[in-house]
Design a binder for this molecule. Structure first.
Ligand code: ATP
Ligand code: MG
Length: 390
């Protein structure tokens, strides 16, 4: 029965003169998100975005629209030609659906877009409410203070509309409105969540993955590709840079202390990521680090990895617990892939007892035994690039 969706957006409503830019971006992103299902009419009216449903399955379309960053809620609605009696009948249709779903109290909220109409919005609510009660008053009652269901009725200049439910969206800002970030994507649980969170704030994403092929197998790279693919559902096409760091790890293993392996290879990752970021116009790096989670993520560890980069490093998970991260991973659909037991480049040379409180000067001294520039140059020369799309 629903023939249109109302896409509600929050924060971008307050962006002043830039508002229309955000709205246009949002409409484009909704259209893109819906492309696999069909070519939808997405348009703006009365400071809202509408999606015509035509004959498409309402729930399937809502499921996609709510993934678009910037959308705070999606309401399935019924739009009919301008006719007050039709508005009342439609309100009854929606209320009957709510009764069937077991709701017991309701109220009517009205809007009069056509100021020439002879009822005010308050009078409309009273009138429609009375009509509904006369039809189904034995099954549901009115509660204006705290209703379980609100039936929203709109009498506009050229149509009428009724809606009730709002399916929650993720919020955030439209993709592409806040620059680009390069995310360090491992095969773990954390970095896909961190990437998603930064993209949610409107940043376009590219990803870099470090592997130790042939010490790590192809399967572990496929896993990362699968994760990037899930992310691309939300973020659009993602460029994945795959960097083989086996020679770097071998060099560290032969020239540095075993316990420094993790922190020094992390520093190489950050430096290489920064080089890629600069060459790709990315303004920031993203990692899935969380304070205290593992040995390399103590404040001393983070200080050492951070010291090698000049551009901002975003760590959206820094203050989240693992359980909170897992909740998001499940919600966005990356968890099942993340827990597949593939090896990671970090486990190949994992020290038995990694340093938990590395000192920057000591680490720098150890590193001086390595030809850092040459190792980085060679790793970058051998980067493989893949564009990933859902
Ligand atoms: P994740 O679940 O994201 O793998 P983690 O808890 O395993 O994180 P670490 O292994 O210490 O933590 O990695 C910290 C961060 O460093 C990761 O979140 C990721 O951003 C980056 N990172 C680690 N390994 C890689 C890799 N092989 N390729 C790209 N980035 C990596
Ligand atoms: Mg990891």
């Amino acid at each position: 029965m629903y023939n249109i969706l109302i896409a509600k957006y929050g924060e971008i409503g307050v962006k002043g003169k830039n508002r229309y830019l955000f709205e246009n971006k949002l409409m484009k992103n909704i259209k893109n998100m819906l492309k696999p299902i069909g070519d939808f009419k997405v348009y703006k009216e009365y400071g809202r975005i509408y999606v015509d449903l035509e004959d498409y399955d309402c729930e399937e379309v809502i499921e996609e629209v709510k993934k678009v960053f910037g959308i705070v809620g999606v309401c399935p609605a019924i739009k009919k030609e301008k006719d007050y009696d039709k508005l009342k009948e439609t309100a009854l249709l929606v209320l009957e659906e709510k009764i069937n779903q077991g709701y017991k109290t309701f109220k009517v909220a009205s809007r009069r877009g056509d100021k020439s109409f002879n009822l005010t919005s308050q009078e409309m609510s009273l009138d429609i409410g009375g009509y509904l009660l006369s039809k189904v008053g034995d099954k549901i009652s009115v509660d204006v203070r705290n209703p379980e269901v609100t039936i929203s009725c709109e009498y506009r200049e050229n149509h009428v509309m009724v809606y009730s439910d709002t399916v929650k969206g993720y919020g955030g800002l439209p993709l592409g409105t806040n620059g680009r970030a390069l995310s360090l994507l491992s095969g773990g649980i954390d970095s896909p969540v961190a990437s998603w969170m930064v993209a949610k704030r409107g940043m376009d994403l590219e990803c870099v993955h470090f592997h130790s092929y042939p010490f790590t197998n192809q399967k572990s790279q496929e896993k990362v590709r699968d994760l990037a693919k899930i992310l691309s559902k939300y973020c659009g096409r993602i460029r994945l840079h795959k960097v083989n760091i086996i020679e770097i790890q071998k060099a560290i293993a032969s020239k540095c202390k075993d316990e420094e392996m993790t922190i020094i290879s992390r520093r190489f990752m950050m430096k290489i990521a920064e080089e890629i970021a600069k060459s790709r116009n990315c303004d920031a790096l993203v990692t899935g680090e969380s304070i205290g989670q593992v040995a390399s993520q103590t404040i001393q560890g983070l200080t050492c990895t951070n010291a090698v980069v000049g551009i901002p490093v975003f760590r959206p998970l820094i203050a989240l617990d693992k359980t909170e991260i897992v909740d998001i991973a499940q919600n966005i659909g990356t968890f099942e892939t993340s827990i597949l037991p593939e090896e990671d480049c970090c486990t190949v040379f994992a020290p038995t007892k990694p340093l938990t409180k590395p000192k920057l000067d000591r680490i720098e001294k150890s590193e001086s035994a390595l030809d850092i520039d040459k190792l980085i140059k060679e790793a970058i020369e051998n980067i493989e690039v893949e564009d990933i799309e859902f």
